[in-house]
Design a protein around this ligand. Structure first.
Ligand code: AMP
Length: 120
């Protein structure tokens, strides 16, 4: 996995969750990532998988973070299975125009109801 990148001086809310300064409803954790329930769920199951290493979004990802990105997706599938989902959606919003509001990369895992396509 890629070398650790320091947190910015003003950590995002997810950075603060990783530091243990803000509680979360954790569903999975390992040395590379943390998964917890979204505070404003858009479906019966809505979980966020975030890297422990600070990464702004997919657009800022570097080739040496490929293993980490792959790991986040495998964890997303694992937590979906853990939640009993037979179908689910993974979303990574990158940039304000795409709806990103927290600038620490996160994979949304959404399921538990029929999901329309195209997304809004
Ligand atoms: P995005 O809009 O893709 O950046 O997604 C950010 C997500 O983080 C939103 O779905 C928020 O509801 C969620 N969120 C914000 N603060 C928290 C928090 N403290 N704990 C859990 N989820 C949060």
């Amino acid at each position: 996995m890629a070398a650790s990148v320091p947190e910015p001086e003003n950590p995002t809310i997810f950075g603060r969750i990783l530091r243990g300064e803000i509680p979360c409803d954790q569903v999975y954790a390992d040395e590379h990532c943390l998964a917890f329930r979204d505070v404003a769920p858009q479906a019966p199951v809505h979980i966020l998988v975030i890297p422990r290493q600070h990464l702004v979004n997919l657009a800022e990802a570097e080739p040496d973070q490929a293993a980490l990105l792959g790991h986040l997706l495998l964890v997303a599938a694992q937590v979906a299975k853990q939640e009993g989902l037979t179908g689910f959606r993974t979303v990574i919003n990158s940039g304000e125009e795409a709806g990103q509001t927290v600038f620490h990369l996160h994979v949304h895992v959404i399921g538990g109801r029929p999901l329309a396509w195209p997304p809004g």
